[in-house]
Design a protein around this ligand. Structure first.
Ligand code: SF4
Length: 207
């Protein structure tokens, strides 16, 4: 059985896909099969919600602090599953906040604004900004949508924040020779009214 739910640092992580619309040069998918001892490579992308919920029930403990949609792929590619899992945890574990770690491309993927669909189900989003400009974003992220997606990612962050979702942009510093203009990224976050989180690259992944 594929691993859809795993525990890492007292959070329950939900792994729903290995697909992504980016091909980031620092994606941990290309480094490791496993996180915290859980193999996150999926044998099939055809996922039954009951199998996911079974693993959620099995893995969840009183120690769990947050439910995080984040695996070896872009979680919003499985938007319907996200909504169903979040509905389940909001109903049965209402004290647990929910978060999506995303590349912020969902509105382009679905050709509609999906943010209203997340309201009440998702409390926080963490969105990969990666750079202060579209050219470097595309060099690092290799989005199948091209560098134009960069503006859409920022718009997605603004829509999330404006709808009351606690929104954080992330950048990765210290990966090979890539220089990220952190000050400019902070300015972008400030203009959008969201937080910025700087993730330092370590040998086996991020901090
Ligand atoms: S957006 Fe995330 S999952 Fe997709 S390629 Fe980049 S790091 Fe990997």
């Amino acid at each position: 059985m594929d691993t859809y739910a795993y525990i890492l640092e007292d959070n329950l992580y939900i792994n729903l896909t290995n697909l992504c619309t980016n091909d980031c040069i620092f994606c941990i998918r290309s480094l490791n099969d496993a996180v915290a001892g859980s193999n996150l490579n999926l044998q099939s992308e055809k996922i039954k919600i009951e199998d996911v919920l079974d693993q959620v029930r099995e893995k969840i403990t009183p120690q769990v602090k947050e439910v995080v949609f984040c695996g070896y792929g872009e979680p919003t590619l499985k938007l319907d599953l996200i909504k169903q899992v979040a509905e389940f945890t909001k109903k049965h574990y209402p004290h647990l906040p929910t978060r999506i770690n995303t590349n912020g491309q969902a509105n382009v993927i679905y050709k509609r604004n999906v943010v209203p669909e997340l309201k009440g189900l998702i409390d926080k989003v963490s969105i990969s900004l990666n750079s202060d400009n579209a050219e470097q974003y595309q060099e690092l992220s290799k989005s199948k949508f091209g560098k134009e997606i960069y503006e859409d990612v920022k718009t997605f962050a603004k829509l999330c924040q404006d709808s009351g979702i606690d929104t954080t942009l992330t950048i990765v510093t210290g990966y090979q020779n890539n220089i990220i203009n952190v000050d400019n990224c902070q300015k972008i976050a400030d203009e959008l009214g969201v937080k910025l989180r700087i993730r330092e690259w370590l040998d086996e992944g991020y901090n």
